[in-house]
Write a protein that binds this ligand. Structure first.
Ligand SMILES: *Cc1c(COP(=O)(O)O)cnc(C)c1O
Length: 225
């Protein structure tokens, strides 16, 4: 890859734009080769997102230790133990059962881990996520988790060109975020993780302070074979 790779120019532009709005960029590097990740690292990027456990673990072992690896998307309970040591944040906790398992495994590992609760907001598709009652129930039990910090919320909008619909979904997540804002904890300020390559601008307009962007930075992904 050369320094004039168009995606790398996109990266510095996007990074500066997001930084000026205090929005954290998580570069979603799933299925991307080590060299491309290394290149962004050299340009100063530290937050990377992966959503296959094995891949995250393998990349974390090779790449610099100061990378903050975010596990994004659905995590199976039986993979928690494996992913925890390399993980900075788990984005996408979509059940109480999973949160309990993370708490238990983090305790065994002597680690405290920040998690975001994934809320179901997409009206169009079935996606993983808590509904509002489940979210309320978890927030009620928050004190019972000793090794997990609930750092905020995460959500994915419908894959749709209908900006009004997508905006409405993001606005709903922002409302819920505001409702619980005072109760989120963790190393950093409360996190509202919403927005991907196709909809991050709408997400930011609706109050996102963390975006997860893959294809816009790295180009289209090859299918995992
Ligand atoms: C793949 C993925 C992204 C990034 O998607 P792009 O459209 O490539 O930006 C963001 N969030 C989650 C949960 C993902 O799985």
């Amino acid at each position: 890859m050369s320094a004039t790779d168009p995606h790398m120019d996109d990266f510095t532009l996007l990074r500066d734009q997001l930084a000026s709005g205090n929005v954290t960029l998580v570069a979603v590097s799933k299925i991307q080769p080590i060299q491309k990740i290394q290149r962004l690292y050299e340009l100063g990027q530290r937050d990377f997102g992966e959503n296959y456990v094995q891949e995250l673990v393998e990349k974390a072992a090779i790449l610099p230790a100061d990378i903050r690896w975010h596990f994004i998307g659905h995590l199976q309970s039986n993979k928690v133990k494996q992913v925890l040591p390399a993980c900075y944040m788990i984005q996408g906790v979509d059940s109480l059962r999973l949160l309990k398992e993370i708490d238990k495994q983090a305790g065994k590992a002597g680690k405290k881990i920040t998690c975001l609760l994934q809320v179901f907001i997409a009206r169009e598709e079935t996606k993983f996520g808590l509904d509002e009652e489940e979210l309320a129930l978890i927030m009620q039990q928050q004190q019972s988790f000793t090794n997990v910090s609930i750092g905020g919320l995460m959500g994915m909008a419908s894959f749709s060109d209908d900006g009004e619909k997508v905006g409405t979904e993001f606005a709903r997540l922002k409302q819920l975020f505001d409702l619980y804002r005072e109760r989120f904890s963790g190393e950093q300020a409360p996190v509202l993780s919403m927005g991907m390559s196709g909809d991050y601008q709408l997400a930011i307009q609706n109050g996102s302070n963390m975006v997860r962007i893959g294809s816009l930075l790295f180009g289209a992904r090859q299918n995992k074979s």
